[in-house]
Design a protein around this ligand. Structure first.
Ligand code: NDP
Length: 258
């Protein structure tokens, strides 16, 4: 084992919100385990960047939807880097299409990565955390899991399920001193959001009281705080970081009716 610095595993940790989270958790003193699926160059570049700043960081290829790959990755992290104290289940995909035209594959791909992936990673890591009576699992939900979005029945289902799963998981792990919570971002400037068409972007901005999309760093700072001891009394809840969109969509407007 390299050292006893606690490890933060960030799934999909090499780009978008995951990359910002890896950087934030490194700044907070964790060894970083960067999980990626397809883009090894991005993961290696981030690892090198973190190492050049004096942080401990390694990258691990694994499909979070594949239980065997996840188990092997988590075992390797424990033996190579140290004890996993923070898990950020960030990996996620969209396959947006109207429900009437949605093929089973688009449903299954999204559920496999977004929901089975969270199950696989929590399952693998929670037993280490509960045995050590220390750790926090932060699952990345979405505003789409809270309020409706056209063309996202698959994605919304996966993200709503994360909220329910996390609430129950938090009840089960609390006696071991292990926390679990959801951070639900609204629209955030990443490649995933680049897939949204221009009309939908315009519409989305009209629904956000703060009238702009979030930045990956703004989501990462909340994740970093939730991972820290300053948030030691917070578990089971969903922290929404969305510029106010979910605070009352129907009522939003300059002269909302009472
Ligand atoms: P990006 O599309 O920028 O990045 C997705 C990340 O997930 C990549 O690192 C990718 O790895 C990884 N990934 C995808 N599939 C798998 C898999 N099967 N196994 C392991 N890793 C995988 O996404 P964002 O940064 O925008 O989103 C991050 C999270 O935030 C997601 O859960 C998303 O649902 C959620 N979110 C995003 C919002 C937004 O507006 N951006 C809004 C609300 C929630 P690789 O590069 O190797 O393929």
């Amino acid at each position: 084992m390299k050292n006893q610095t606690p490890v933060a595993l960030v799934t999909g940790g090499s780009r978008g919100i995951g990359r910002a989270t890896s950087l934030e958790l490194a700044r907070r003193g964790y060894s970083i385990a960067i999980n990626y699926h397809s883009r090894s160059a991005e993961a290696e570049t981030l690892r090198d960047e973190l190492q050049s700043k004096g942080h401990d960081a390694e990258c691990y290829r694994a499909d979070v939807g594949d239980r065997e790959q996840v188990n092997a990755m988590c075992r390797t992290i424990e033996s190579k880097q140290g004890p996993t104290e923070v898990l950020v289940n960030n990996a996620g995909v969209t396959r947006d299409v109207l429900f009437m035209m949605m093929q089973a594959r688009a449903w299954q791909d999204v559920m496999n990565t977004n929901l089975d992936g969270v199950y696989n990673c929590c399952k693998a890591v929670s037993r280490y955390m509960c045995a050590r009576k220390r750790g926090v699992m932060i699952n990345i939900g979405s505003g789409s899991g809270i309020s409706p979005r056209v063309g996202q029945t698959n994605y919304s289902s996966s993200k709503s399920a994360i909220i329910g799963m996390t609430r129950s998981l938090a009840r089960e792990t609390a006696p071991y001193g292990v926390r679990a919570l959801t951070v639900a971002p609204g629209f955030t400037r990443t490649e995933l959001a680049d897939m949204v068409d221009a009309k939908a972007i315009e519409h989305s901005l009209s629904m956000i009281p703060l009238a702009r999309w979030g930045l990956p760093e703004e989501i990462a700072e909340v994740i970093g705080y939730m991972a820290s001891n300053d948030a030691a009394y917070i578990t089971g809840v969903t922290i929404v970081v969305d510029g106010g969109r979910a605070s009352g969509e129907q009522e939003f407007g300059p002269f909302a009716a009472c």
